[in-house]
Design a protein around this ligand. Structure first.
Ligand code: NAD
Ligand code: DAU
Length: 343
Protein backbone atom coordinates (compact mmCIF):
# COMPACT_ATOMS: atom_id res chain seq x y z
CA UNK A 1 0.00 0.00 0.00
CA UNK A 2 1.30 3.39 -0.91
CA UNK A 3 0.09 6.67 0.53
CA UNK A 4 0.85 9.35 -2.02
CA UNK A 5 0.88 13.07 -1.44
CA UNK A 6 0.28 14.76 -4.79
CA UNK A 7 1.30 18.39 -4.41
CA UNK A 8 -0.26 20.72 -6.98
CA UNK A 9 -2.91 18.06 -7.53
CA UNK A 10 -5.70 20.61 -8.07
CA UNK A 11 -4.00 21.78 -11.27
CA UNK A 12 -4.03 20.29 -14.76
CA UNK A 13 -1.63 17.31 -14.77
CA UNK A 14 -1.78 16.70 -11.01
CA UNK A 15 -5.58 16.24 -11.03
CA UNK A 16 -5.35 13.86 -13.99
CA UNK A 17 -2.61 11.97 -12.13
CA UNK A 18 -4.69 11.71 -8.92
CA UNK A 19 -7.60 10.23 -10.93
CA UNK A 20 -5.26 7.90 -12.85
CA UNK A 21 -3.64 6.54 -9.64
CA UNK A 22 -6.94 5.92 -7.87
CA UNK A 23 -8.28 4.07 -10.91
CA UNK A 24 -5.12 2.04 -11.53
CA UNK A 25 -4.28 0.96 -7.95
CA UNK A 26 -7.21 -0.01 -5.76
CA UNK A 27 -5.07 -0.18 -2.60
CA UNK A 28 -3.43 3.27 -2.93
CA UNK A 29 -4.53 6.36 -1.05
CA UNK A 30 -4.08 9.85 -2.48
CA UNK A 31 -3.76 13.13 -0.62
CA UNK A 32 -3.85 16.22 -2.81
CA UNK A 33 -2.03 19.12 -1.15
CA UNK A 34 -2.55 22.36 -3.07
CA UNK A 35 -2.46 26.10 -2.37
CA UNK A 36 -5.30 26.76 -4.84
CA UNK A 37 -3.64 29.59 -6.74
CA UNK A 38 -5.43 30.99 -9.80
CA UNK A 39 -4.50 27.71 -11.56
CA UNK A 40 -5.76 25.37 -8.84
CA UNK A 41 -9.42 24.41 -9.11
CA UNK A 42 -11.47 22.05 -6.96
CA UNK A 43 -13.73 21.42 -9.98
CA UNK A 44 -10.79 19.40 -11.34
CA UNK A 45 -11.21 16.96 -8.42
CA UNK A 46 -14.99 17.07 -8.04
CA UNK A 47 -15.54 13.43 -9.05
CA UNK A 48 -12.78 12.24 -6.67
CA UNK A 49 -14.09 13.93 -3.50
CA UNK A 50 -16.51 11.10 -2.49
CA UNK A 51 -13.78 8.44 -2.85
CA UNK A 52 -12.77 7.19 0.67
CA UNK A 53 -9.18 6.73 -0.59
CA UNK A 54 -8.94 10.42 -1.54
CA UNK A 55 -8.32 13.46 0.65
CA UNK A 56 -7.63 17.14 0.02
CA UNK A 57 -5.69 19.66 2.09
CA UNK A 58 -5.33 23.30 1.09
CA UNK A 59 -1.77 24.42 1.78
CA UNK A 60 1.36 26.05 0.42
CA UNK A 61 4.43 23.88 -0.26
CA UNK A 62 6.52 26.76 1.14
CA UNK A 63 4.82 26.28 4.55
CA UNK A 64 7.11 23.73 6.23
CA UNK A 65 4.92 23.18 9.32
CA UNK A 66 1.79 22.56 7.27
CA UNK A 67 3.61 20.23 4.87
CA UNK A 68 4.94 18.17 7.77
CA UNK A 69 1.55 18.05 9.48
CA UNK A 70 -0.10 16.78 6.27
CA UNK A 71 2.61 14.15 5.75
CA UNK A 72 2.32 12.86 9.30
CA UNK A 73 -1.48 12.96 9.58
CA UNK A 74 -1.94 11.03 6.34
CA UNK A 75 1.03 8.67 6.91
CA UNK A 76 2.49 9.58 3.53
CA UNK A 77 5.34 7.44 2.16
CA UNK A 78 5.69 9.07 -1.28
CA UNK A 79 5.60 12.67 -2.54
CA UNK A 80 4.90 13.41 -6.19
CA UNK A 81 5.51 17.12 -6.65
CA UNK A 82 3.48 18.86 -9.38
CA UNK A 83 3.12 22.13 -7.45
CA UNK A 84 4.61 24.99 -9.41
CA UNK A 85 4.00 28.30 -11.05
CA UNK A 86 3.84 27.03 -14.62
CA UNK A 87 3.11 29.73 -17.20
CA UNK A 88 6.17 31.10 -19.03
CA UNK A 89 4.45 34.41 -19.88
CA UNK A 90 3.59 35.06 -16.22
CA UNK A 91 7.20 34.33 -15.25
CA UNK A 92 8.22 37.34 -17.35
CA UNK A 93 6.07 39.69 -15.27
CA UNK A 94 6.33 38.05 -11.81
CA UNK A 95 9.52 35.95 -11.53
CA UNK A 96 9.50 36.09 -7.71
CA UNK A 97 6.52 33.79 -7.27
CA UNK A 98 8.23 31.21 -9.52
CA UNK A 99 11.41 31.28 -7.44
CA UNK A 100 9.39 30.89 -4.23
CA UNK A 101 7.28 27.91 -5.29
CA UNK A 102 9.45 26.15 -7.86
CA UNK A 103 12.76 26.46 -5.99
CA UNK A 104 12.10 27.21 -2.30
CA UNK A 105 8.90 25.10 -2.20
CA UNK A 106 10.78 22.15 -3.69
CA UNK A 107 13.44 22.51 -0.96
CA UNK A 108 10.73 22.51 1.76
CA UNK A 109 9.26 19.26 0.39
CA UNK A 110 12.70 17.64 0.09
CA UNK A 111 13.62 18.58 3.64
CA UNK A 112 10.34 17.13 4.95
CA UNK A 113 10.90 13.94 2.91
CA UNK A 114 14.43 13.61 4.28
CA UNK A 115 13.62 14.22 7.93
CA UNK A 116 10.58 11.92 7.89
CA UNK A 117 12.47 9.23 5.94
CA UNK A 118 9.95 8.90 3.09
CA UNK A 119 10.30 6.03 0.62
CA UNK A 120 10.30 8.18 -2.51
CA UNK A 121 10.29 11.78 -3.72
CA UNK A 122 9.36 12.33 -7.37
CA UNK A 123 9.83 15.70 -9.06
CA UNK A 124 7.68 16.57 -12.06
CA UNK A 125 9.96 18.68 -14.22
CA UNK A 126 9.98 19.96 -17.76
CA UNK A 127 11.81 19.70 -21.08
CA UNK A 128 12.27 23.47 -20.84
CA UNK A 129 15.29 23.05 -18.54
CA UNK A 130 17.41 22.06 -21.58
CA UNK A 131 16.53 25.38 -23.23
CA UNK A 132 15.75 25.54 -26.92
CA UNK A 133 16.99 22.55 -28.90
CA UNK A 134 17.51 23.81 -32.43
CA UNK A 135 18.69 20.47 -33.81
CA UNK A 136 18.48 16.87 -32.66
CA UNK A 137 16.97 15.93 -29.32
CA UNK A 138 17.97 16.51 -25.68
CA UNK A 139 19.29 13.58 -23.67
CA UNK A 140 19.14 13.49 -19.88
CA UNK A 141 22.86 14.18 -19.48
CA UNK A 142 22.72 17.37 -21.56
CA UNK A 143 23.55 20.60 -19.72
CA UNK A 144 20.83 22.81 -18.28
CA UNK A 145 20.48 25.88 -20.48
CA UNK A 146 17.45 27.81 -19.30
CA UNK A 147 16.22 31.04 -20.85
CA UNK A 148 13.03 32.07 -19.01
CA UNK A 149 12.47 32.70 -15.28
CA UNK A 150 10.06 29.74 -15.37
CA UNK A 151 12.57 27.28 -16.78
CA UNK A 152 15.37 28.66 -14.57
CA UNK A 153 13.18 28.11 -11.48
CA UNK A 154 12.30 24.57 -12.57
CA UNK A 155 15.99 23.86 -13.18
CA UNK A 156 16.77 25.17 -9.69
CA UNK A 157 14.24 22.70 -8.31
CA UNK A 158 15.78 19.82 -10.29
CA UNK A 159 19.27 20.63 -9.04
CA UNK A 160 18.08 20.70 -5.43
CA UNK A 161 16.38 17.30 -5.91
CA UNK A 162 19.61 15.80 -7.26
CA UNK A 163 21.57 17.42 -4.41
CA UNK A 164 19.32 15.66 -1.87
CA UNK A 165 20.11 12.35 -3.57
CA UNK A 166 23.87 12.93 -3.64
CA UNK A 167 24.20 14.54 -0.20
CA UNK A 168 21.60 12.67 1.85
CA UNK A 169 20.74 9.56 -0.17
CA UNK A 170 17.06 10.58 -0.44
CA UNK A 171 15.47 8.23 -3.03
CA UNK A 172 14.47 10.73 -5.70
CA UNK A 173 13.47 10.52 -9.35
CA UNK A 174 12.78 13.26 -11.89
CA UNK A 175 10.73 13.25 -15.08
CA UNK A 176 11.23 16.04 -17.63
CA UNK A 177 7.96 16.14 -19.53
CA UNK A 178 6.99 17.90 -22.72
CA UNK A 179 3.93 20.11 -23.39
CA UNK A 180 0.87 18.24 -22.24
CA UNK A 181 -2.69 18.66 -23.45
CA UNK A 182 -6.03 17.22 -22.35
CA UNK A 183 -8.87 17.75 -19.85
CA UNK A 184 -8.70 20.43 -17.11
CA UNK A 185 -5.83 22.52 -18.54
CA UNK A 186 -6.17 26.15 -17.50
CA UNK A 187 -7.06 28.15 -20.63
CA UNK A 188 -4.01 30.44 -20.50
CA UNK A 189 -1.96 27.63 -22.14
CA UNK A 190 -1.98 27.67 -25.90
CA UNK A 191 -4.14 24.65 -26.80
CA UNK A 192 -7.07 25.25 -24.42
CA UNK A 193 -6.83 29.01 -25.11
CA UNK A 194 -7.08 28.44 -28.85
CA UNK A 195 -9.91 25.89 -28.59
CA UNK A 196 -12.04 28.05 -26.31
CA UNK A 197 -11.34 31.23 -28.31
CA UNK A 198 -12.26 29.45 -31.53
CA UNK A 199 -15.51 28.15 -30.00
CA UNK A 200 -16.41 31.80 -29.31
CA UNK A 201 -15.19 32.98 -32.75
CA UNK A 202 -12.42 35.02 -31.09
CA UNK A 203 -8.93 35.44 -32.64
CA UNK A 204 -6.19 32.86 -31.95
CA UNK A 205 -3.09 34.92 -30.99
CA UNK A 206 -0.05 33.34 -32.67
CA UNK A 207 3.25 34.53 -31.19
CA UNK A 208 5.86 35.68 -33.74
CA UNK A 209 5.90 33.63 -36.94
CA UNK A 210 4.16 30.59 -35.40
CA UNK A 211 6.97 28.29 -36.54
CA UNK A 212 8.10 27.39 -33.01
CA UNK A 213 7.95 23.67 -32.30
CA UNK A 214 6.68 21.79 -29.28
CA UNK A 215 6.33 18.08 -28.46
CA UNK A 216 2.61 17.98 -27.54
CA UNK A 217 1.71 14.85 -25.57
CA UNK A 218 -1.61 13.61 -24.19
CA UNK A 219 -1.86 14.20 -20.44
CA UNK A 220 -2.65 10.55 -19.59
CA UNK A 221 0.52 9.43 -21.38
CA UNK A 222 2.41 11.89 -19.18
CA UNK A 223 0.66 10.42 -16.08
CA UNK A 224 1.50 6.85 -17.11
CA UNK A 225 5.14 7.83 -17.64
CA UNK A 226 5.37 9.28 -14.13
CA UNK A 227 3.73 6.12 -12.74
CA UNK A 228 6.27 3.91 -14.51
CA UNK A 229 9.22 5.96 -13.28
CA UNK A 230 7.77 5.93 -9.77
CA UNK A 231 7.59 2.13 -9.81
CA UNK A 232 10.47 1.11 -12.08
CA UNK A 233 12.78 4.13 -12.18
CA UNK A 234 16.19 4.13 -10.58
CA UNK A 235 16.69 6.55 -7.63
CA UNK A 236 18.91 9.47 -8.52
CA UNK A 237 17.97 9.28 -12.21
CA UNK A 238 16.29 11.73 -14.61
CA UNK A 239 13.88 10.52 -17.34
CA UNK A 240 12.72 12.51 -20.38
CA UNK A 241 9.01 12.07 -21.03
CA UNK A 242 7.43 13.09 -24.34
CA UNK A 243 6.46 11.61 -27.70
CA UNK A 244 9.77 12.36 -29.41
CA UNK A 245 7.98 14.22 -32.25
CA UNK A 246 7.43 17.95 -32.65
CA UNK A 247 4.73 20.09 -34.25
CA UNK A 248 4.82 23.76 -35.28
CA UNK A 249 2.38 26.01 -33.43
CA UNK A 250 0.81 27.19 -36.67
CA UNK A 251 0.21 23.60 -37.77
CA UNK A 252 -1.39 22.81 -34.39
CA UNK A 253 -3.62 25.90 -34.70
CA UNK A 254 -4.76 25.02 -38.23
CA UNK A 255 -5.58 21.43 -37.23
CA UNK A 256 -7.55 22.65 -34.26
CA UNK A 257 -9.59 25.05 -36.42
CA UNK A 258 -10.29 22.26 -38.90
CA UNK A 259 -11.49 19.94 -36.11
CA UNK A 260 -13.88 22.66 -34.92
CA UNK A 261 -15.00 23.64 -38.45
CA UNK A 262 -13.80 27.23 -37.88
CA UNK A 263 -12.15 29.51 -40.50
CA UNK A 264 -8.41 30.23 -40.69
CA UNK A 265 -9.27 33.93 -40.67
CA UNK A 266 -9.32 33.54 -36.86
CA UNK A 267 -5.51 33.22 -36.88
CA UNK A 268 -4.05 36.48 -35.57
CA UNK A 269 -0.29 37.04 -35.52
CA UNK A 270 0.84 38.96 -32.43
CA UNK A 271 4.12 40.31 -31.04
CA UNK A 272 6.40 37.45 -30.01
CA UNK A 273 7.09 36.27 -26.44
CA UNK A 274 10.47 37.74 -25.29
CA UNK A 275 13.16 35.03 -25.17
CA UNK A 276 10.75 32.62 -26.89
CA UNK A 277 12.35 29.16 -27.15
CA UNK A 278 12.16 28.10 -30.77
CA UNK A 279 12.01 24.35 -30.36
CA UNK A 280 11.95 21.67 -27.68
CA UNK A 281 12.79 18.07 -28.54
CA UNK A 282 13.42 15.06 -26.34
CA UNK A 283 15.23 11.80 -26.77
CA UNK A 284 12.95 9.30 -24.97
CA UNK A 285 15.01 6.10 -25.22
CA UNK A 286 15.72 5.97 -21.47
CA UNK A 287 12.07 5.90 -20.37
CA UNK A 288 11.18 3.53 -23.22
CA UNK A 289 13.68 1.09 -21.73
CA UNK A 290 11.44 1.02 -18.62
CA UNK A 291 8.57 -0.19 -20.82
CA UNK A 292 6.76 3.12 -21.41
CA UNK A 293 5.37 4.14 -24.81
CA UNK A 294 3.19 7.12 -25.71
CA UNK A 295 -0.29 5.75 -26.48
CA UNK A 296 -1.53 8.80 -28.42
CA UNK A 297 -0.22 10.42 -31.59
CA UNK A 298 -0.37 14.22 -31.74
CA UNK A 299 -3.53 14.08 -33.90
CA UNK A 300 -5.28 11.71 -31.48
CA UNK A 301 -4.28 13.82 -28.48
CA UNK A 302 -5.53 17.01 -30.13
CA UNK A 303 -8.81 15.41 -31.22
CA UNK A 304 -9.56 14.07 -27.70
CA UNK A 305 -8.65 17.42 -26.17
CA UNK A 306 -10.87 19.38 -28.56
CA UNK A 307 -13.76 17.02 -27.86
CA UNK A 308 -13.37 17.42 -24.09
CA UNK A 309 -13.51 21.22 -24.27
CA UNK A 310 -16.52 21.10 -26.61
CA UNK A 311 -18.34 18.82 -24.16
CA UNK A 312 -17.27 20.54 -20.92
CA UNK A 313 -18.18 24.20 -21.18
CA UNK A 314 -19.35 23.97 -17.54
CA UNK A 315 -15.66 23.72 -16.61
CA UNK A 316 -13.97 26.42 -18.72
CA UNK A 317 -16.64 29.07 -19.28
CA UNK A 318 -16.71 30.30 -15.64
CA UNK A 319 -12.90 30.56 -15.67
CA UNK A 320 -12.75 32.50 -18.93
CA UNK A 321 -15.61 34.85 -18.11
CA UNK A 322 -14.27 35.57 -14.60
CA UNK A 323 -12.77 38.97 -13.78
CA UNK A 324 -9.33 37.47 -12.98
CA UNK A 325 -8.94 35.81 -16.37
CA UNK A 326 -10.42 38.76 -18.28
CA UNK A 327 -7.96 41.14 -16.64
CA UNK A 328 -5.02 38.84 -17.40
CA UNK A 329 -6.13 38.49 -21.02
CA UNK A 330 -6.52 42.23 -21.52
CA UNK A 331 -3.13 43.02 -19.94
CA UNK A 332 -1.37 40.27 -21.87
CA UNK A 333 -2.92 40.47 -25.34
CA UNK A 334 -4.45 43.93 -25.78
CA UNK A 335 -2.73 45.96 -28.52
CA UNK A 336 -0.36 43.09 -29.37
CA UNK A 337 -1.67 42.42 -32.88
CA UNK A 338 0.81 42.61 -35.74
CA UNK A 339 -0.91 44.03 -38.82
CA UNK A 340 0.29 42.72 -42.19
CA UNK A 341 2.28 45.47 -43.96
CA UNK A 342 0.47 46.92 -46.97
CA UNK A 343 3.65 47.15 -49.05
P1 NAD B 1 -0.99 24.01 -13.33
O1 NAD B 1 -0.55 25.43 -13.39
O2 NAD B 1 -2.21 23.59 -14.03
O3 NAD B 1 -1.17 23.58 -11.79
C1 NAD B 1 -0.25 23.91 -10.79
C2 NAD B 1 -0.91 23.59 -9.45
O4 NAD B 1 0.04 23.88 -8.41
C3 NAD B 1 -2.15 24.42 -9.15
O5 NAD B 1 -3.18 23.59 -8.68
C4 NAD B 1 -1.69 25.40 -8.09
O6 NAD B 1 -2.73 25.79 -7.20
C5 NAD B 1 -0.62 24.58 -7.38
N1 NAD B 1 0.37 25.41 -6.68
C6 NAD B 1 1.06 26.47 -7.19
N2 NAD B 1 1.85 27.00 -6.24
C7 NAD B 1 1.69 26.22 -5.13
C8 NAD B 1 2.26 26.25 -3.84
N3 NAD B 1 3.15 27.18 -3.49
N4 NAD B 1 1.90 25.30 -2.96
C9 NAD B 1 0.97 24.34 -3.28
N5 NAD B 1 0.38 24.30 -4.50
C10 NAD B 1 0.75 25.23 -5.41
O7 NAD B 1 0.27 23.16 -13.75
P2 NAD B 1 0.41 21.88 -14.71
O8 NAD B 1 0.42 22.33 -16.11
O9 NAD B 1 -0.52 20.84 -14.27
O10 NAD B 1 1.91 21.44 -14.35
C11 NAD B 1 2.15 20.59 -13.23
C12 NAD B 1 3.64 20.34 -13.12
O11 NAD B 1 4.09 19.73 -14.32
C13 NAD B 1 4.47 21.60 -12.93
O12 NAD B 1 5.51 21.31 -12.04
C14 NAD B 1 5.03 21.89 -14.31
O13 NAD B 1 6.25 22.56 -14.24
C15 NAD B 1 5.18 20.48 -14.86
N6 NAD B 1 5.07 20.33 -16.33
C16 NAD B 1 3.97 20.83 -16.98
C17 NAD B 1 3.85 20.61 -18.35
C18 NAD B 1 2.66 21.10 -19.13
O14 NAD B 1 2.67 21.02 -20.37
N7 NAD B 1 1.60 21.59 -18.52
C19 NAD B 1 4.87 19.92 -19.04
C20 NAD B 1 5.98 19.47 -18.32
C21 NAD B 1 6.06 19.67 -16.96
O1 DAU C 1 7.46 22.19 -22.52
C1 DAU C 1 6.82 21.97 -21.29
C2 DAU C 1 6.20 23.25 -20.84
O2 DAU C 1 5.09 23.48 -21.69
C3 DAU C 1 5.76 23.25 -19.38
O3 DAU C 1 6.88 23.10 -18.57
C4 DAU C 1 5.03 24.56 -19.04
O4 DAU C 1 4.54 24.53 -17.72
C5 DAU C 1 3.88 24.72 -20.00
O5 DAU C 1 3.24 25.98 -19.77
C6 DAU C 1 4.38 24.66 -21.45
O6 DAU C 1 5.20 25.81 -21.77
P1 DAU C 1 5.10 26.54 -23.19
O7 DAU C 1 5.59 27.92 -23.05
O8 DAU C 1 5.66 25.70 -24.27
O9 DAU C 1 3.49 26.51 -23.35
P2 DAU C 1 2.44 27.60 -23.84
O10 DAU C 1 1.12 26.90 -23.92
O11 DAU C 1 2.50 28.87 -23.07
O12 DAU C 1 2.93 27.91 -25.32
C7 DAU C 1 3.10 26.87 -26.26
C8 DAU C 1 3.60 27.48 -27.55
O13 DAU C 1 2.55 28.32 -28.09
C9 DAU C 1 4.80 28.40 -27.37
O14 DAU C 1 5.64 28.28 -28.52
C10 DAU C 1 4.19 29.79 -27.29
C11 DAU C 1 3.00 29.67 -28.21
N1 DAU C 1 1.84 30.54 -27.85
C12 DAU C 1 1.40 30.50 -26.57
C13 DAU C 1 0.32 31.27 -26.19
C14 DAU C 1 -0.18 31.25 -24.77
C15 DAU C 1 1.21 31.30 -28.82
O15 DAU C 1 1.62 31.30 -30.00
N2 DAU C 1 0.15 32.07 -28.45
C16 DAU C 1 -0.32 32.09 -27.17
O16 DAU C 1 -1.30 32.83 -26.89
Amino acid sequence: MRNLMITGGAGFIGSNFARYILERYNDYRVLVYDKLTYAGNLDNLKDLMPNPRFAFVQGDICDAAKVREALETHEIDTIVNFAAETHVDRSLTDPGSFIMTDVYGTYVLLEAARTLGLERYHQVSTDEVYGQVLEGAAVETDPIHTRSPYSASKAGGDLMVLAYYASFGLPVTITRGSNSIGPYQYPEKVVPLFITNALDDLPLPIYGDGLQMRDYQYVLDHCEGIDIVLHRGVPGEVYNLGTGTETQNIVMARKLLALLGKPESLLQFVRDRPGHDRRYALNIEKIKALGWRPRHSFDEALEKTVRWYVENEWWWRPIKSGARFQEYYRAHYHGREVRPSSG
